[in-house]
Design a binder for this molecule. Sequence first.
Ligand SMILES: CC(C)(COP(=O)(O)OP(=O)(O)OC[C@H]1O[C@@H](n2cnc3c(N)ncnc32)[C@H](O)[C@@H]1OP(=O)(O)O)[C@@H](O)C(=O)NCCC(=O)NCCS
Length: 420
Amino acid sequence: MKKSAGYQPISVPEARLDELFEVVQWAFVGEWLLEDRQDYVDALPVERARALEVTDPSRGEVGEIAAVHASFGTEMITPGGRRVPTAGLSWLSVHPAHRRRGLMTAMMHDHFSRCKERGEAVSALYAMEAAIYSRFGYGMGAQTVKAEIPRGSAMWQVEGADDLTVRLVRADFDEHDELVSGLQAKLTRPGTVLNPVGSGRNARFTDPIGNRKGMEKWRLALVEDQGEPVAYAFFRRRADSSVGIHDGVCQVREFGALTPAASRKLWETLTDFDLVGTTYTENLATDDPLLYQLKDARGARSKVIDNLWVRVLDVKKALESREYFHDCDVVFDLHDKHVPENTGLWRIVVTDGNAVVTRAEGAKPDLTMGARHLSTVYLGGTSLEALTAAGLVQEHTAGQARELAVAMMSPVAPLANWDF
Ligand SMILES: CC(C)(COP(=O)(O)OP(=O)(O)OC[C@H]1O[C@@H](n2cnc3c(N)ncnc32)[C@H](O)[C@@H]1OP(=O)(O)O)[C@@H](O)C(=O)NCCC(=O)NCCS
């Protein structure tokens, strides 16, 4: 009998959203404010909300929702600036009364099979706890730098930055969605998860009071070049003068800049608000221009943590939807417990940046790896050779781990700039 017996998967109709929200509050340990309800509805991809409902009275009340998840239908930028159809998994919650009965496992399988039906080659997510998702074949596809930048930190001059102008406005979905989505769509950094389609597309603008912790509502800094937007950042501030010294903070959430000058202008603005001593962000790529534009990067008190977790679901489609930076011809033996049709031998032949990926039954493998290792290196932020050196990927033909590693490493570090 399956561990999750006694539950059935359902799609959650709008009329049952409050039951879904109840499970989320139990799982994520929080009591939402009634006035925030619409924000949560706006942030949820409702037509892709799924749940597990109790069918066996020994498990709970029949008909009760025990676990939920949802996903954003989107595209992700891959190395070289190409795109891959992607599901942004989110809202995954199991009510504490139903934990450790295999419900997350059942939901992951539900998610994977629905992604494949929709043609989404990759699933991506942010993890509350970093130890949860590797068992399902997710790998840490991108890392982020958390930084605390003191007010007025000196920066190198960048040509053209002084010619740009900045507008500071309150963030408003109706007024700014098109502008922000348009700017984001011009970014080329791998890992960028583009504005989703369908409901939930205004998730990045929602602003529940219960999450503000004394901060103001989200604002937008818009950098313009003769009226054309070239950078944006969502930010909010909180004053603090408890000891008579004005030492407020500014939080920067999603941001993007199209040019070096736009980045310089954006951060010069975000790190120089009156009454604010520190500007912090969790959304810097490990090679973000800011880290080089600051004269004292160490002064930004930084820490590197995981950003996006990535799961390759359709091996051929995913690998052929990115660019490569070195020719190679490698056969790998893939183990994939949760998407068993991926298991077996694959051959990847790269010529002039493009891959052709085929089944290679009967061939001799150069490498053996698990789905999570392929997923870890997919966005080009981690070297396959490093995973081999760590003993996670096995090399059977000397030098082939390096061949594939060099082909897959991205010249630009991956990062997803909005947190879903
Ligand atoms: C994390 C959570 C989704 C797990 O749900 P669950 O139904 O208890 O998980 P399952 O019973 O399917 O467990 C699957 C496996 O993951 C393991 N696991 C579950 N939670 C884990 C955690 N927090 N850390 C590490 N491993 C975990 C289980 O031990 C189990 O391992 P096994 O297959 O070797 O037995 C659930 O506890 C929850 O909702 N937590 C709070 C919200 C949260 O963290 N959501 C994830 C958001 S990113």
